[in-house]
Design a protein around this ligand. Structure first.
Ligand code: 5RP
Length: 233
């Protein structure tokens, strides 16, 4: 498979955060997939780690490349979580969920001592919001939830307020997450108050989780075609 070199370099630099014996959160998306493949190579070379996957797609990949896995129910904490992002701001706040795995990704990130975010450098932004914010919602009453999310965007000063149901395929069927829910993509355009918006979304009945990851990432690795820059706080 041909690898995006910027994603590959970010993923490779994340291997420096992995020590023998660690429990490692395995993110979802193409950059995380590069990390899982490279981790698999290290495991075949003798590294002993156990992975906790954040999606069924990542579970399948990890099994293919030989990374031993633990179920989330088997762990009380995770040493390091390595995951991608759709946007990252200078406070290391993230938008995640482009791949629809935000619920499991957030549970794993929150259980981890360190979250290492890996991304190509285009994901670094001054202000979050150009990438539509994914919100996982129950199927029951989703149109009502959609209207409340629209109001939350307006109430917290976002520049955009359109909220659309994520669909896929020729038949435009709603995307169903690993948790059996829908995803609503909230096109905020610009999120001036990420904390406020995160709080407002959590208050809405029907919202299972939102893709704002606030205060979770300690390290961001930005890859370019020739190198990777590691930023920590
Ligand atoms: C999945 C995610 C991904 O980490 C995010 O979409 C980035 O994906 P990629 O590495 O393919 O750019 O949040 O839910």
């Amino acid at each position: 498979m041909s690898e995006d070199p910027a994603k590959f370099n970010a993923a490779r630099a994340a291997l420096d955060f992995i020590d023998d014996g660690m429990i490692v959160g395995l993110g979802t998306g193409s950059t995380s997939a590069s990390f899982v493949r490279q981790l698999g190579e290290r495991v075949r070379g003798g590294l002993r780690v156990k992975g906790v996957p954040t999606s069924e797609a990542t579970r399948n990949l990890a099994e293919q490349v030989g990374v031993p896995l633990l179920e989330i129910s088997q762990v009380t904490s995770i040493d390091v979580d390595v995951d991608g992002a759709d946007e990252i701001d200078p406070q290391f706040r993230l938008i995640k969920g482009g791949g629809g795995a935000l619920l499991r990704e957030k549970i794993v990130a929150a259980a981890s001592t360190r979250m290492v975010v890996i991304a190509d450098s285009s994901k670094w932004v001054e202000t979050l919001g150009a990438f539509a914010l994914p919100v996982e919602v129950t199927r029951f009453g989703f149109a009502l939830t959609q209207a409340r999310i629209h109001e939350a965007l307006r109430a917290t000063g976002c520049a955009g307020d359109e909220v659309v149901l994520r669909v896929s395929g020729k038949a435009n069927e709603p995307v169903i997450t690993d948790g059996g829910n829908y995803i609503l993509d909230a096109d905020a355009k610009r999120i001036p108050n990420a904390d406020e918006l995160g709080e407002a979304l959590k208050q809405i009945a029907g919202v299972v989780e939102h893709g704002l990851f606030l205060g979770l990432a300690q390290t961001v690795i930005l890859g370019t075609p020739s190198s990777a820059e590691v930023k920590s706080r």
